[in-house]
Design a protein. Structure first.
Length: 321
C-alpha cells in the first residue's frame, strides 16, 4: 500500500509538472495605466485608433475609458449623471455607442467617446446590454438573478414601447444590423430578425452563455462553465467545441471571446485565465497567467496585439507568439 501511495504521489507530481510545461507564453505582457480601480466590463475598438472601455463600481460610479492611440494610453471619464456601474456596451448601425447599467441608466456617444449623454429607461431595471437598431427603436436587456429577463424596446426619447419577459437570465446582446440580433444568457440564446418584435430560441444550451464573437454567419460563443460553441449558419446549427461540464478538462469561467481569423481565437475569464485556439476552436490551450484578477473583455489592437480589461481597473496589452 505504501508503494502504491508513493506511486500515486509521483504520478500526480509528474502530471502537474507536465501541465505547467504545456502552458503557452505570450511574447510580451504590459500592464497599462487605467486611472481607475473599478471593474472594467467591456472593450471595443471603434477604428484603428480609438478604443472604448466601460465599467464602474456597482452602486457608486460609472467609468468610461478612451484611448486615441490604438490602446497604448487611456484617459478616464466618470459620469455624475449615471453614478452606477455600466454593464453593457452596444453599437447602433449608424455608429452611436451605448453603455447601459443599473437603474435603467444609459449613456450614449455619437462622437466616438469624446462626450457622453445620459438617458434613463424608467422601469429602473439592471441593463446588461442594448443599442438602437434604428434611430427610432432601441432594444435593451435586463436580468434578475439569472431567473428572469426583460427585453425592453424604447423610442428615440427612451420612452418604453413594449416589454417582453422570459424565465431565464440574460448576460449580453448583439445587434448585427438594423433588424437582426442575438441575446444570450442562462441556458438560452434567442434571435430576432424583425427589430426585436419577436424572439426565437436557438437550438443550443448547456451553459450560462456570456459572450459572442460574430463574423457574418459564423459565430463563436463562450459560457460561464467554460463551454465554447460554434455556428457557421447564423445559429441554425451549433457545435460544441469545448465542454465546460466535462470533468476531464480544466474548469474555466469564461467572460469574453475573440477570433481574429477563422483559425485563431482567444477567450478570457476569471482568475486571469486566457485560452487560445489555432484550429478554429476545436482545441484550446491555456496561457501562463499574468494576473489573478478576472478578465472581462478582450479586443484586437490594429497592430495585432490584444487588449484585455477586467477587475480593479486592470488593462493589459499582450503580444501573442
Amino acid at each position: 500500500m505504501r508503494g502504491l501511495h508513493l506511486l500515486l504521489i509521483l504520478s500526480g507530481a509528474l502530471l502537474l509538472g507536465s501541465c505547467k510545461r504545456d502552458l503557452l507564453e505570450f511574447s510580451e505582457v504590459r500592464q497599462l495605466t487605467s486611472h481607475t480601480t473599478v471593474r472594467l466590463n467591456n472593450i471595443r475598438f471603434l477604428d484603428d485608433s480609438i478604443c472604448i472601455i466601460g465599467g464602474g463600481s456597482t452602486f457608486y460610479q460609472s467609468v468610461m475609458l478612451r484611448s486615441a492611440d490604438g490602446g497604448y494610453t487611456w484617459s478616464a471619464d466618470s459620469s455624475t449623471d449615471a453614478p452606477k456601474e455600466m454593464y453593457g456596451m452596444g453599437m447602433s448601425p449608424n455608429g452611436t455607442l451605448y453603455l447601459s447599467g443599473i437603474d435603467g441608466c444609459v449613456l450614449r456617444s455619437s462622437d466616438k467617446g469624446k462626450s457622453w449623454h445620459f438617458n434613463r429607461i424608467f422601469n429602473w431595471l439592471v441593463y446588461r446590454g442594448g443599442s438602437f437598431a434604428t434611430p427610432d427603436t432601441g432594444i435593451f436587456i435586463s436580468t434578475v438573478l439569472q431567473r428572469q429577463c426583460t427585453i425592453t424596446r424604447v423610442d428615440s426619447n427612451f420612452k418604453i414601447i413594449d416589454e417582453q419577459t422570459f424565465l431565464h437570465g440574460l448576460n449580453n446582446m448583439y445587434m448585427v444590423d438594423d433588424h437582426t440580433g442575438y441575446v444570450l444568457g442562462y441556458g438560452a440564446v434567442m434571435k430576432t430578425t424583425d427589430r426585436g418584435n419577436t424572439w426565437t430560441y436557438l437550438p443550443v444550451d448547456g451553459d450560462n452563455f456570456t459572450a459572442m464573437d460574430i463574423h457574418g454567419n459564423e459565430i463563436w460563443m463562450c459560457g460561464a462553465n467554460g463551454s465554447i460553441f460554434h455556428t457557421t449558419d447564423a445559429g441554425k446549427n451549433w457545435g460544441r467545441q469545448r465542454n465546460g461540464n466535462d470533468i476531464s478538462v480544466p474548469r474555466y469561467m469564461l467572460r469574453s471571446i475573440l477570433f481574429t481569423t477563422p483559425m485563431h481565437g482567444w477567450a478570457v475569464g476569471d482568475k486571469g485565465v486566457v485560452i487560445y485556439t489555432r484550429d478554429g476552436g476545436n482545441n484550446w490551450s491555456e496561457y501562463e497567467r499574468f494576473t489573478t484578477r478576472t478578465l472581462r473583455g478582450i479586443a484586437a489592437a490594429p497592430n495585432g496585439d490584444l487588449i484585455v480589461a477586467g477587475d480593479e481597473g486592470t488593462i493589459y496589452r499582450i503580444t501573442p507568439q
